[in-house]
Ligand binder design. Structure first.
Ligand code: PA5
Length: 426
């Protein structure tokens, strides 16, 4: 299980008791809601496993996968792609390539459609609701591109991952017969990386996703909540929010740089409600020692820190040759050793300044990735419950979507049209 060191967490005077009664009521609630918490119970997994086997056979013929999705429909796969397959950008890369277009980027979309060979490409459209404007508009473009280039077989080049019964994309599946996967109705976007949403793209690259799931299940397995790391983390984060407004996610999981972006969405979209929550700040070690760290150490004292590291990292790349005199202390040292020394220095410096929880993973394996994903998801849920907000919805992101739709001329947005008029006339 992911190792959680709370030693430095409480020495900065944050209260650390959650009443026994609260723990009991959380346990009860978990028991009651468990069957609906798909990210914890994995009810969908045996069905999905079969579907992924079929996908593995079909995908043999493709060199590229272009994923269209946004938010929870992209960030998890992107984080794990960057962690386990960072070599796509190296010269002469010959393996399968995964491109995740998780933003509206007109130039990039155009470039993909110009540069990718449609014959070698499968486009995977991921949207749980099936109605996200960014994803759907890109879907239309990709479908046209495929249809223009491959009029006979274009339908085979589109896979859809969406709600099992409703939404525009599900209708498209029914209409065109696209190969499709279900997003279980009870699985929210930002909790969905271990469903088809994340696993289909990662399976394309050959990730050992079964290990990922195994790691996650080992953390999702709980008896008494009081000593479970997810609860301990939630309790700490909840207490921290009473006195600090920001939560640094300082990530020294070398190479897993994008995990913080995934976490920031999970934390912010789940917990930023009713004027509660803490602002997640993803930072990447060693890199951000040379930028954000100054603010962390001497800026406003309103932060706590989740500090993530591997117990051990190894590499064969060593400075095992003569060095100029002032650098000779580096002789015989590997880059891994230098990285870990920087990591220790920052850990010590930060824990002298703020409440800090250290999370140590064994090493960069799929199993450990599954553990940390589940630990953070589960802790987010419990923190939300402690805050007495609903961590599984996101009403605050709706307003801007409605205004954008009104601006684009969609029907049924009369109020938003009035708001727009008044805003734009100022
Ligand atoms: O976590 C969430 O629910 C959101 O970030 C969604 O994943 C995001 O808005 C995309 O939604 P959809 O998958 O419906 O296109």
């Amino acid at each position: 299980m992911a190792f959680l060191n709370l030693e430095a967490a409480y020495k900065h005077g944050i209260a650390h008791n959650v009443e026994e009664q609260t723990i009991v009521s959380l346990e009860k609630r978990l028991e009651q809601e468990y069957s609906n918490l798909d990210f914890l119970n994995f009810n969908y997994m045996s069905e999905l496993e079969k579907k992924i086997e079929t996908a593995s056979q079909i995908q043999e013929r493709y060199k590229n996968m272009l994923v269209l999705g946004i938010g929870g429909s992209a960030l998890g796969a992107k984080a794990l792609q960057k962690a386990f397959f960072p070599f796509q950008d190296l010269p002469n890369y010959k393996e399968k390539s995964l491109y995740i277009l998780d933003n509206i980027n007109p130039k990039l979309m155009q470039a993909y459609l110009e540069k990718l060979n449609p014959k070698d490409t499968v486009v995977v459209v991921i949207s749980k609701s099936g109605s996200t404007i960014e994803t759907i508009s890109q879907y239309f473009l990709a479908k046209k591109w495929l249809k223009d280039n491959l009029p006979v077989e274009y339908k085979e080049h589109i896979w859809i991952i969406t709600d099992p019964v409703k939404g525009f994309l599900r209708n498209e599946v029914e209409k065109y017969g696209f190969f499709s996967f279900d997003v279980p109705p009870n699985l929210g976007g930002r909790f969905s990386v271990l469903s088809a949403v994340g696993l289909v793209p990662l399976n394309f690259l050959g990730l050992n996703w079964k290990e990922l799931v195994k790691g996650a299940k080992s953390v999702a397995n709980f008896g008494s909540l009081a000593s479970h790391p997810a609860f301990l983390l939630a309790k700490w984060a909840f207490n921290l929010m009473q006195v600090k407004t920001e939560l640094i996610f300082f990530n020294y999981l070398v190479g897993w740089d994008f995990l913080g972006d995934w976490f920031a969405q999970l934390w912010a979209e789940s917990l930023g409600k009713d004027n509660k929550g803490s602002m997640p700040i993803p930072a990447v070690g060693v890199r951000d020692q040379h930028s954000l760290l100054q603010m962390f150490m001497q800026g406003q004292n309103n932060k706590g820190c989740l500090f993530l590291k591997f117990r051990k990292i190894s590499s064969n790349i060593v400075l095992d040759f003569d060095l100029p005199e002032q650098w000779d202390f580096l002789q015989g040292k590997g880059l891994a050793e230098i990285f870990q020394a920087e990591c220790l220095g920052t850990l010590m410096a930060l824990s002298s300044r703020m409440p800090l929880v250290e999370i140590e993973l064994e090493g960069p394996t799929e199993l450990e990735a599954g553990k940390i994903i589940m630990l953070l998801e589960f802790a987010t849920l419990l923190t939300g419950w402690l805050l007495q907000i609903n961590p599984l919805n996101q009403p605050g992101v709706e307003k801007s979507k409605r205004l954008a739709k009104a601006k684009l001329g969609a029907k049924g947005f009369e109020n938003e049209n009035k708001e727009l008029e008044s805003f734009l006339s100022k």
